[in-house]
Design a protein around this ligand. Structure first.
Ligand code: ADP
Ligand code: ADP
Length: 222
């Protein structure tokens, strides 16, 4: 599903994003990426999303070489991917339903198909009852669940998350990680960047460790 071959990224200000990074993630795998702040976790995710461009090596996503991707191909790439951020970035003046429906609008679905998909996504994160609420009327943990529903509503093959539990207390953080495991069990490839080692250690998945842009570990987290 994801293949990095000797990927390097240096920012124009001289900062090192990634150095000689190679790994493969198989379809359906769940993988954590960890490392201290500045280790390169976000850079790795941004390269997969083609938000940044590698300056060395090769990146393949579902067989497509995204180091050579054109602007016209980027929307098609992103349709295969769902992204969860630390700050869920919900639109404050739209209901939970409308926030989750956003990624579907470009797909040209009928109103009925759209409603069905949004309800299915909200059901998976346990928030069907809150569809009419505004983000400010639900808890932080619930807002993060809405962010996850929005990330999966178009049924992406790959789910990426950047510090998805950063603002949550340990109990809520464990619940959110449990949701990612649910999507993994349902067949989605899941890549979660997190520096919460205590939480990661309680789950048994593959763990890639970055340090100053290099992979220094690839093993079991539990
Ligand atoms: P992490 O997500 O592990 O905290 P990042 O990938 O954000 O790490 O950062 C890796 C390195 O690249 C850091 O030194 C950071 O300052 C630098 N960096 C990240 N994004 C940019 C950017 N847009 N411009 C310049 N330097 C950046
Ligand atoms: P996080 O822990 O969420 O990765 P960071 O502080 O590493 O937070 O980065 C926050 C944002 O700022 C990211 O989008 C990153 O790419 C960008 N960034 C990080 N370092 C720099 C930098 N030196 N110059 C410009 N942008 C940066």
């Amino acid at each position: 599903m994801i293949r990095f071959e000797q990927v390097g990224k240096r920012y124009p200000n001289g900062h090192t994003g990634l150095v000689d990074v190679s790994f493969r993630v198989h379809r359906g795998e769940m993988v954590f990426v960890t490392g201290h702040s500045g280790a390169g976790k976000s850079t790795l995710l941004k390269l997969i999303l083609a938000l940044e461009k590698a300056d060395a090596g090769k990146i393949l996503l579902a067989g497509q070489d995204i180091s050579e991707i054109t602007h016209a191909q980027i929307p098609f790439l992103r349709r295969q991917i769902g992204v969860v951020f630390q700050n869920h970035r919900l639109l404050p003046d739209r209901s939970v339903f409308e926030n989750v429906a956003l990624p579907l609008q470009i797909l040209g679905l009928s109103r009925e198909q759209m409603t069905k998909r949004v309800h299915a996504a909200l059901d998976k994160v346990g928030l069907l009852r809150k569809e009419k609420c505004l983000p400010q009327d639900i808890s932080t943990g619930e807002q993060q669940r809405v962010g996850i529903a929005r990330a999966v509503v178009h049924k992406p093959a790959l789910l990426l998350a950047d510090e998805p539990t950063g603002n949550l207390d340990p109990r809520l953080a464990a619940e959110i990680m449990g949701l990612f495991e649910d999507f993994h069990r349902a067949g989605t490839t899941v890549l979660v960047a997190s520096h919460d080692l205590a939480l990661i250690a309680r789950m048994r998945h593959r763990l890639l460790t970055l340090q100053r842009g290099r992979i220094i570990g690839d093993g079991e987290s539990g």
